[in-house]
Design a protein around this ligand. Structure first.
Ligand code: CO
Length: 209
């Protein structure tokens, strides 16, 4: 299994299928990318960005990590946001979480998972901000799902708190930040209705003057 031949075979078939529909597809794409969307999602194999919204290569710029967390000082995520906003000029940033997220579950369990616990601390922060609401749910699964949703809401806020997004809004660049959640058991996306499109909608504590 050194060369994973079946994946190369899949690739040949996939490229041929796309070229059959549009012979110039890859030539056009090789010249430039101009996606309108930045997707920040979970690394979970069941939540593939392009497939879920039925989009082709070139249409979505993607960043994924465990539990779709946007950390104020994560240079990896911030670099993706900066490039997407300042160079690609995407019009929408979508933070997409999902129900049944293993990262969120691990954060709730509070058991020892090694290094990753330091990453999951950010989700435990979300739990701490909303502990009353989460603990008010009597059903364990409902608590879990609620924390998956609240994590999306908080990560949307974190995107809006970046200097990158706030500077774009300051200069009048059209940019909206959305929070969605995906059901791995039915393939359906739900809008969390936290769309933010300007500085006035950001909490005063984090708003750039
Ligand atoms: Co996940």
């Amino acid at each position: 299994m050194r060369v994973l031949k079946h994946l190369f075979d899949n690739n040949q078939r996939w490229a041929a299928r796309i070229k059959a529909q549009d012979p110039n597809f890859f030539t056009k794409l090789s010249r430039q990318q101009s996606p309108e969307y930045l997707w920040i999602g979970c690394a979970d194999s069941r939540v593939p960005a392009n497939e879920i919204v039925d989009m082709m290569p070139g249409e979505i710029f993607v960043h994924r990590n465990i539990a779709n967390v946007v950390v104020h000082t994560d240079l990896n995520c911030l670099s993706v946001i900066q490039y997407a906003v300042e160079v690609l000029k995407v019009k929408h940033i979508i933070v997409c979480g999902h129900y049944g997220c293993g990262g969120v579950k691990a954060a709730l369990e509070n058991t020892d998972h090694g290094l990753i616990d330091n990453w999951l601390r950010h989700i435990q922060d979300v739990y701490r901000y909303h502990q009353a609401a989460v603990d008010a749910e009597s059903d364990e699964n409902k608590r879990f799902n609620l924390l998956c949703e609240l994590n999306v809401v908080e990560q949307v806020a974190n995107v809006c708190h970046t200097t990158i997004v706030q500077n774009a809004w300051k200069t009048g660049q059209p940019l909206s930040v959305h929070g969605w959640i995906y059901g791995i058991d039915d393939g359906i996306l739900k809008d969390m209705n936290v769309c933010t499109s300007g500085l006035a909608e950001v909490s005063a504590t984090h708003r750039l003057r």
